[in-house]
Ligand binder design. Sequence first.
Ligand code: C5P
Length: 221
Amino acid sequence: MIITIDGPAAAGKGTLASVLAQAYKLAYFDTGMVYRAVGLDMYLHNEDPQNEKIAEKYAQNLTFTHMHELAKNPDFRSAIGGNYASIVSAHPKVRAALLKMQQDFSKNPVFADGTPAEGAIYDGRDTGTVVCPHADIKFFITASTEVRAMRRFKEFQSKGIQTDFETVLADMKSRDERDSSRATAPMKPAEDAIVFDTSEMSIEDVFNFCLKIIDKKLKNS
Ligand code: C5P
């Protein structure tokens, strides 16, 4: 079974994907990691993320091992990592170079320790439209900009990353703008996606909502 969870930054995709992956024993692919890895690699090498040609080279050279190494850097999840990821992910050549790596995972999904899994959950804004258009279930979750900025702010605080709410909100707005207006893979739900707003929902509400849909699908398959 392949499930995709798309939506804007800090809508709760990652949290939902991990709980569902655990509940259904599915491998989890957080696709934002591939763009964060390319972005951070460029940042660490003082490269200009706007330079598509150089960004493409970094994308072509990315492996799962290198991505997991980069993920240990505190800036992988910081605002710097997020901004660099957002810039490099707007380059069509970068997206093309990273597509196969993401799609191959659905053919042979594995858990973090390398053992094979029966299926996978993908989290990322084009996973239902581009990466896995044939997924069994596609969710598209969103929430208001303020709610998402507050969730991200609290996440930064819990990790000890120094910032303030206004900065996080401003960053969120500019990332949303860039992610939805870009020509390549703009943020939009797949036609057959189940779209819902989590602004007023707890993680339990969201989990239970998805559980019903997945169980129904499994019963009918
Ligand atoms: O989800 P996360 O915040 O880690 O994603 C970082 C950035 O990577 C996003 O802001 C977006 O620009 C980009 N991204 C993307 N396509 C995906 C996942 C992430 O363009 N499937």
